[in-house]
Design a protein. Structure first.
Length: 144
């Protein structure tokens, strides 16, 4: 299992390095270069996280990693999508998906607690994270 985690980490680093080499911003317009670079970095982060979710999903299907790890990685991807969202509607769509994902994490930890594999602090942390994003969603919905 440790070998597969190391392999996954090495693959992610290699992908990030290759993507970094292809996003060179020399000779860019000084006014827009910083905002363009930020957009490029956000997109690169999104792509890396999407690849990580795919890899973890495949590993989960093989029983190598737990579904919680996949769901946590998916949550990181939602956070990246949220940073990239350009409209209120996009933010709301991402936040709704993120709340649903966080509910899954909360359910997983509740089940693990019942089996004495996780403790109540894990359940409470998961619930707190879900509530934080749900509050953010309600705030986004209330802005008209």
């Amino acid at each position: 299992m440790l070998c597969r985690n190391s392999l996954t980490t090495m693959l992610l680093v290699a992908i990030a390095l290759l993507n970094g080499m292809s996003t060179n911003s020399f000779g860019a317009d000084p006014q827009n270069s910083h905002s363009q670079r930020v957009r490029e970095l956000l997109q690169e982060r999104h792509d890396v996280l999407a690849q990580r979710v795919e890899m973890l999903n495949a590993l989960s299907n093989e029983g190598v990693v737990s579904p919680i790890e996949v769901t946590k990685a998916r949550n990181e991807l939602f956070a990246a999508k949220l940073e990239m969202a350009e409209s209120r509607d996009e933010r709301i769509e991402v936040l709704r998906a993120q709340v649903a994902n966080l509910k899954k994490i909360e359910e997983y930890y509740s089940i693990l607690r019942e089996r004495a594999v996780a403790n109540m602090t894990d359940v409470l942390e998961a619930k707190s994270n879900r509530l934080r994003v749900e509050i953010e969603l309600e705030r986004a919905l209330s802005k008209e």
